[in-house]
Design a protein around this ligand. Structure first.
Ligand SMILES: [Zn+2]
Length: 424
């Protein structure tokens, strides 16, 4: 039997990319009010991936809702058809999550002649203004590296009128923020926004929101988390997840737009189509050691010595690591066998170069081992999200092997999720 494999990979930023200006906290706080500002009316202030019009309020202002929940849009032809389709698919998913069969709550519709609309274009990073700005066209940047479904969903929720979750005034009850590990020009991303500007809609703080930053977003030293949950607050929750809307993400949209509140139809293919999933909270789930390899991966918490100082899941948790002290050896872990055709292998990798490296391999009873992706060189000492598409023939059984080649530097992985279909 001849097997045809197609392999694709994307390394996608979890966080949002800071674009513009160097303003101090006092200045921008003043500018975010309704009046009195030295900033020109047309000037935009960017906080992380959020564009804030200097003269307008945010979600607490009902004038910034899209009328009838309808968001007219255009998509730049500079995108490939695949990416254009991905953007529209994200819109359809968000609608599916939020709308009920009786009434449309929110709808993204191609623009005809509406004066207020969004233009989605491949700009610098991933950025969106909060809510309808009522100034005609407003640009939403879905730049290179921002094309994953969860990142697009995140930006579309900004468009509907929502801030980042960790900007809430009550956030200090749930998270710690290490301000010493943030550059001055990104400190604004972590400010608390008063309830006058950020209406929580009587919903609880949600560490699982798709609008929450991850532990390492905007960190100077990417081995040290900026955001960590208070003890017991994020059990089983991946902070900064960009996989799907949370229940409260959906309810907030429905509440803000005055719709029926029902979060029972959220699309969670990463769960429903999952074949293997592990956050290495304490075990290796259904992964197994390859007993023929020289060394073993281990689940650990805290600093590994020559690798992460904490896990990716919430910055205070465990991860799976192969250690440099097993120098000149290999350590392999194996997934169960799959025979469903195309799969996505999604995980976070921590690998610093240039000597130790990680190979992700596929192999089966009738399929010779093939390296589908190798992580080598200097990956800058940080957790990087990875999506690997493997398009195997349906019915051909194969398993994935994570093979660490150990020299100088540890190799670690966390938050593995293998699911049916192509990566989204
Ligand atoms: Zn954002």
């Amino acid at each position: 039997m001849r097997c045809v494999w197609t392999i694709g990979i994307a390394i996608i930023p979890l966080c949002c990319i800071l674009a513009v200006p160097l303003l101090d906290l006092a200045e921008i706080t003043a500018n975010d009010g309704d009046t009195s500002t030295s900033v020109d009316d047309t000037q935009e202030i960017t906080i992380g991936d959020v564009i804030i019009n200097a003269h307008r309020n945010a979600i607490s202002n009902p004038n910034m809702k899209w009328p009838g929940g309808i968001v007219p849009y255009t998509i730049s032809p500079l995108y490939s058809m695949d990416i254009q389709n991905d953007i529209v698919a994200a819109m359809r998913q968000l609608e599916q999550d939020v709308n009920d069969v009786v009434r449309v709550c929110v709808k993204f519709r191609p623009r005809t002649n509406e004066s207020n609309y969004i233009r989605i274009y491949p700009g610098n990073g991933c950025r969106a203004a909060i809510g309808m700005q009522n100034r005609g066209r407003q640009d939403i940047s879905i730049g290179r590296g921002c094309e994953a479904r969860g990142v697009i969903l995140h930006e579309l929720i900004h468009v509907l009128g929502f801030w980042h979750e960790h900007n809430r005034a009550d956030r200090d009850t749930y998270i710690n923020i290490n301000l010493t590990n943030i550059r001055d020009n990104t400190k604004l991303d972590f400010r608390q926004v008063s309830s006058a500007m950020l209406n929580t809609l009587n919903t609880p703080y949600d560490l699982g929101s798709i609008m929450h930053y991850g532990p390492y977003t905007n960190a100077i030293d990417k081995t040290i988390p900026v955001i960590t949950p208070k003890p017991g607050k994020a059990v089983g929750i991946q902070l900064g997840q960009r996989m799907a809307l949370s229940t409260w993400d959906v309810v907030r949209i429905q509440r803000w737009y005055g719709c029926t509140e029902n979060a029972s139809h959220i699309t969670r293919t990463y769960l429903t189509d999952s074949l293997a999933r592990c956050d290495f909270a304490s075990s290796m789930c259904n992964l197994t050691h390859d007993t023929t390899s020289e060394f073993r991966w281990t689940v650990m918490e805290g600093s590994s010595g020559a690798g992460p100082r904490a896990g990716n899941t919430n910055g205070a948790d465990s991860f799976l690591v192969a250690k440099e002290t097993d120098n000149n050896g290999t350590a392999r872990i194996l997934t169960p066998f799959f025979n469903v055709g195309a799969i996505c292998v999604n995980f976070f990798v921590f690998q610093r170069g240039p000597f130790s490296y990680l190979d992700v391999m596929a192999s089966g009873p009738i399929i010779a081992p093939v390296v589908v992706q190798s992580f080598q060189g200097n990956n800058a000492n940080e957790w990087l999200p990875v999506h690997v598409d493997i398009n195997a023939p349906v019915g051909a059984a194969f398993q994935i092997t994570f093979e660490a080649h150990l020299s100088s530097g540890d190799v670690a992985i966390d938050d593995l999720n293998i699911y049916k279909g192509r990566c989204i």
